[in-house]
Structure formats: structure tokens, C-alpha cells
Ligand binder design. Structure first.
Ligand SMILES: [Zn+2]
Length: 315
């Protein structure tokens, strides 16, 4: 059933009438016929795969589950049998605006390990200027899912051509206020507007600041904001943007983020063919290099952080 070559980096598995090829931990599924594709949904095959593969058979470094703390979905409704990325250690699926909330909700209901986040991204804050209906809709999405987060929300000083500062600030503030009222955690987007971001967090969270948790996704700010954000409850999710840029500043930032607040993110749009897990694996390897840590140990710590935040596992 399970065949591997001597170095263990390339293996095949047959499930019913389909064939799996596993080069370096990436799973590619070949269906021998349209009937096989129809009869074996992605989920069935993925479950069969994990049942059949002993952990010890997996290539080293590809065994651990990794939580994707920030990813997105296309605006077409997802189907349960078309989970676009192989299963990892769960994911926070972030909305960008009113248009994708229904698809986020459907994905969270059908894809295992998926937590929904609903919010209006600062790039789309202009859509909040047309009236307050969006805020009522947001509240409805949040209250019908007790696990849901608010996000992706925040401020982007580099994209004021899409929505000016006042519009972004108002949209952010209203969403933060709603999240605080409903006691929901928040997934934050921040670019160059860190003073304003911290000021609004304090204004909306008030004395509860520090008891709240939120994720600052793809933190790109000056180092002096790391501690103030962490003091207010921030976790920091690091993704491919950091290592693709590959600068010394990125490496230095990766070193300075508090270990007990580190998370991984793909920031990927989950559509068929996208392998977000591969990006998480590359990111944890890069982070381990930057912090001079053992890769597997770091992956374990990060997954514990995610477990603590999302309430699963032994974290
Ligand atoms: Zn994003």
C-alpha cells in the first residue's frame, strides 16, 4: 500500500482507484478516472491517507500539524469536498469584506479545523461609507458563530487611496468596539499606522487592554511597537512575506518577536491548487534559522501558542 524510496522523500500510496504521490511532503492526488474523482471526495482521500501512513513513514520535518493563523478564501462558495489545501493543524480564515463573509461561513462549517473571522479590511473600508447596514450584518455573522473572530480589520497608511484615513479609522473603530462588546478576538492588519492603531486599541478596549487577545498579522512595524502590542495581548503571525523579502530587518524582527506569542500564517487565498501548508513549513524553517532554534522544537512551541489561542490540543 505505502511505498517509499530509500531516502523517504518520495512515496506513493494507492487508495481505492486513486494514486497518491508524496514528493518532499507535498501531496499530489492523481485520480485514475472521473468516476474515482467523484466517488472519492478530497476529504475521504485525505483521511484515508493519514490512516494509512504511519507517522514514522513521513519525511522528517513534515510530521507536525501547523496552524495557519491568517488565510483567505475566494468569493465563490466552497464545497466540502474541495478543501483547497491539505489538512494542517487548523486555520483562521479571514474575511476581507461583506462579499466574502458567506463563503467564509460555509468553509468554517465544512472544512475541518477552520475558524471563521468576519470583518472589513482597511483596503475595503470605503464600502462602509454607504450606510451602517454592513455593521448590523457583521454583528449577525459574529453572533451566529460563537467561535468566530473579528478580522481582517485595521489600518493601512500605505493604502489611503482606497479609503482615506478618516474612513479607515471609523471602520476600524466600529469593528473593534463590536468585537469588544461581543468579547471576540481580533485579527489585525497594520501598515505604517502603528501609533493610531495602538491609540484605537486603548480607546476601545479601555481598562480591558491586556486581557484581550488579538493577532497582528504579518507585523512589519518598527521594533519599538513589539512590546506595547504584546502588553496589550498581541500574538504575531509570520508568513512568507517575511522570508520572500529576505532582508536583515526581517530577520532581526523575527528574532525579537516574543516566542510565546509567535504564530504562522500563509496569507494565501485558498483555492484549489494552493498549498498553504508548504508555506507554513518554509516559514517555520526560516524562523528557526533566524532565531537559531531547532525547527521541530519551534514548530511545537508555535503550535502550542495556537492551541492556547484557539482552545484546542494541549496548548
Ligand atoms: Zn490577509
Amino acid at each position: 500500500m505505502w511505498k517509499g524510496n530509500s531516502c523517504g522523500l518520495f512515496s506513493q500510496i494507492h487508495v481505492n482507484d486513486s494514486e497518491w504521490i508524496v514528493p518532499d511532503g507535498q501531496i499530489i492526488i492523481w485520480f485514475k478516472s472521473a468516476t474515482a474523482r467523484k466517488e472519492n471526495g478530497w476529504e475521504t482521500l485525505i483521511n484515508a491517507f493519514y490512516e494509512n501512513v504511519k507517522k514514522s513513514d513521513m519525511p522528517a520535518g513534515h510530521q507536525e500539524p501547523l496552524f495557519d493563523a491568517h488565510c483567505h478564501i475566494g468569493e465563490s462558495a466552497p464545497h466540502a469536498d474541495e478543501q483547497p489545501s491539505r489538512p494542517g493543524g487548523g486555520r483562521l480564515l479571514c474575511g476581507l469584506g461583506t462579499a466574502d463573509w458567506p463563503a467564509v461561513r460555509q468553509a468554517a462549517a465544512t472544512w475541518p479545523g477552520t475558524v471563521a473571522a468576519y470583518g472589513v479590511h482597511p483596503w475595503r473600508a470605503a464600502e462602509t461609507a454607504a450606510g451602517m447596514r454592513w455593521l448590523a450584518d457583521l454583528e449577525a455573522f459574529l453572533t451566529t458563530d460563537a467561535r468566530a473572530w473579528a478580522g481582517e480589520i485595521g489600518l493601512d497608511g500605505a493604502r489611503t487611496r482606497d479609503a482615506d484615513e478618516a474612513v479607515q479609522e471609523k471602520a476600524f473603530r466600529l469593528q473593534l468596539r463590536l468585537a469588544a462588546r461581543l468579547d471576540r478576538s481580533v485579527n489585525l492588519h497594520g501598515v505604517t499606522a502603528w501609533d493610531a492603531l495602538v491609540r484605537l486599541l486603548d480607546a476601545e478596549y479601555g481598562t480591558a487592554a491586556g486581557e484581550k487577545t488579538f493577532i497582528v498579522h504579518s507585523f512589519s512595524g518598527p521594533f519599538q511597537y513589539i512590546n506595547p502590542l504584546a502588553d496589550r495581548g498581541a500574538y504575531f503571525s509570520v508568513g512568507p512575506l517575511a522570508w520572500r523579502r529576505g532582508s536583515r530587518v526581517q530577520t532581526e524582527r523575527a528574532k525579537r518577536l516574543p516566542l510565546d506569542r509567535l504564530l504562522l500564517e500563509s496569507d494565501a487565498f485558498l483555492v484549489p491548487g494552493v498549498d498553504a501548508i508548504a508555506d507554513l513549513q518554509k516559514t517555520v524553517a526560516w524562523l528557526a534559522g533566524a532565531r537559531s532554534m531547532d525547527r521541530a522544537e519551534l514548530a511545537g512551541i508555535i503550535q502550542e501558542n495556537a492551541g492556547r489561542l484557539f482552545g484546542y490540543g494541549n496548548g
